[in-house]
Design a protein around this ligand. Structure first.
Ligand SMILES: Nc1nc2c(ncn2[C@@H]2O[C@H](COP(=O)(O)OP(=O)(O)OP(=O)(O)O)[C@@H](O)[C@H]2O)c(=O)[nH]1
Ligand SMILES: [Mg+2]
Length: 462
């Protein structure tokens, strides 16, 4: 039932100034009009226009809410069908009552992503743009948002289509040679340079997945160190907010706490942890046990040393535990950044030289000196693989990445076949495979299962 009437709340199910209920399907405007105080006027709204109305429950005849109805007539609508969007008051019971009236009168609840799925099926957008819709919704920083917006604008589609065109042209020449073997010129109709260029572009796009994930999903960073090193102070400095309790009492932080920060466009979950020391106090001991678990699970560990006391035997021991052998991280160590804190204090010691490994960053969590440079260092440590504003398309879909890699493997086979002087018809099978993978990326060839998998991850109402 492709064009049946669907409805869903497109805004959060919570109280707010306004809420938007979206409906789509054949005759959806007329069906909705019957649920208002002015059915004729609403049914006649031209596409791209709005009108005020009162929603009436046809069973009780009672007015339910005063709303504004925006009408888009297919094919000039998001889904390609008739679409009506109801802006109502953002009241939870009010929203529930309007949805209830719709569902009793010919509309059914939309599945997650069903509006966008209909847009895709109507040919309004390709599959990469459809995926970008959800990627925009789930973006967490301005940079992640900008990247997703470029995908919505068709950056992935354009790249994939461009490469597809090149390969199709090769296929056409292959087909001619296969159809008219008597015109055999002895020349292979496949230019290895074109194949190599296509492979390189596809491989670069597949490689951008790591960047895409980085900006969308982000990384975790733990601040660890002995008690009173200034971990909570640094945590607050990163947050630019007085979030964690800071005191000169050793063992202030017991439970680790975490918060989201934006490091140059990368969403970072940052952890302030309990100071590591020998203790016989049960609660602190548990805090330290949890700290070790957090530190093991994070992408980057910022290890803080109190510069006024300098490196202690305990620091050496903990660093060794974290995979730091005094000359820098050993090969197995997770990404560890040693940091020397309290450089604002007169008489603060100098950090020990680190031969081979990365040196201590010098900061003052109190005056903020060196904190920006530390952020830069963390960002350099975790990425980005691609400069964030290079404008090159960046993917954020595992589905797209897998298909791009499939196309790359197929083109590798083409190159191997060419080098080995294999017959053109055998090589064309691999070319066909590459084209098939590219077709799946933009959704020209898809199965029901693939579409279900893509759209089930969407929000309802999108
Ligand atoms: N002068 C100066 N004092 C600092 C600096 N960073 C932290 N302190 C002080 O050092 C003391 C301990 O700071 P915290 O941030 O609570 O240290 P912590 O590592 O979280 O300590 P625990 O939670 O006990 O493990 C407090 O008195 C802070 O004001 C710094 O950069 N300069
Ligand atoms: Mg603390």
């Amino acid at each position: 039932m492709e064009h049946d009437l669907i409805a869903a709340l497109a805004t959060p199910f919570a109280s707010g100034a306004l809420a938007v209920i979206r409906t789509s399907g054949d005759r959806c405007i007329e069906s909705l009009a019957l649920l208002t105080d002015r059915p004729d006027a609403i049914a006649a709204i031209p596409g791209g226009r709005i009108k005020r109305a009162t929603v009436i429950d046809p069973d009780s005849g009672l007015a339910v809410d005063e709303v504004v109805i925006a009408v888009f007539r297919g094919p000039h609508s998001y889904t390609g069908e008739d679409v009506a969007e109801i802006s109502c008051h953002g009241s939870v019971p009010g929203i529930r009552r309007i949805l209830d009236i719709l569902f009793r009168n010919g509309f059914r609840p939309a599945d997650p992503g069903e509006f966008t799925q209909r847009a895709f099926l109507a040919g309004k957008i390709d599959l990469t743009r459809a995926e970008a819709v959800q990627e925009i919704v789930s973006s967490q920083t301005a940079v992640g948002h900008e990247m997703a917006l470029r995908r919505l604008g068709g950056s992935i589609e354009a790249t994939v289509r461009g490469i597809t065109d090149d390969l199709v042209q090769i296929m056409a020449r292959v087909a001619i040679q296969l159809d008219y073997p008597e015109e055999e010129t002895g020349e292979i109709p496949i230019d290895p340079k074109t194949v190599a260029a296509a492979r390189a572009r596809l491989s670069a796009l597949a490689g951008s997945y790591r960047t895409g994930r980085l900006y969308q999903e982000g990384v975790s960073v733990a601040i660890a160190g002995q008690t009173n090193a200034g971990k909570s102070s640094l945590f607050n400095a990163f947050l630019k907010e007085d979030r964690a309790i800071v005191s000169d009492i050793h063992g202030t932080t017991r439970d680790y706490i975490s918060s989201r920060v934006d490091f140059r466009g990368i969403p970072v979950e940052i952890y302030d942890t309990a100071g590591l020391r020998e203790t016989s106090e049960t609660i602190e001991e548990e805090g330290i046990r949890r700290t070790r678990t957090v530190v093991r699970g994070t992408d980057v560990v910022v290890y803080l040393v109190d510069g006024t006391t300098g490196m202690t035997a305990e620091d050496d021991q903990i660093l060794a535990e974290l995979g730091w052998d005094g000359d820098g991280p050993t090969s197995t160590a997770s990404r560890l950044i040693p940091v020397w804190n309290k450089i604002d204090v007169p008489g603060c010691k100098e950090p020990p030289p680190v031969s081979g490994g990365s040196p201590f960053s010098r900061v003052s969590a109190t005056t903020m000196e060196g904190v920006d440079a530390l952020v830069e260092r963390i960002v350099a440590e975790i990425g980005p693989v691609q400069p964030e504003r290079s404008g090159a398309p960046v993917i954020d879909s595992l589905r797209q990445k897998n298909l791009l890699e499939r196309a790359v493997v197929a083109l590798d086979d083409v190159a191997t076949g060419l080098a080995a002087g294999m017959p053109v018809d055998a090589i064309s099978v691999d070319l066909q495979e590459a084209l098939h993978a590219l077709g799946e990326i933009i959704g020209e060839v898809t199965s029901e299962d693939v579409l279900d998998a893509v759209f089930s991850g969407f929000c309802v109402g999108k």
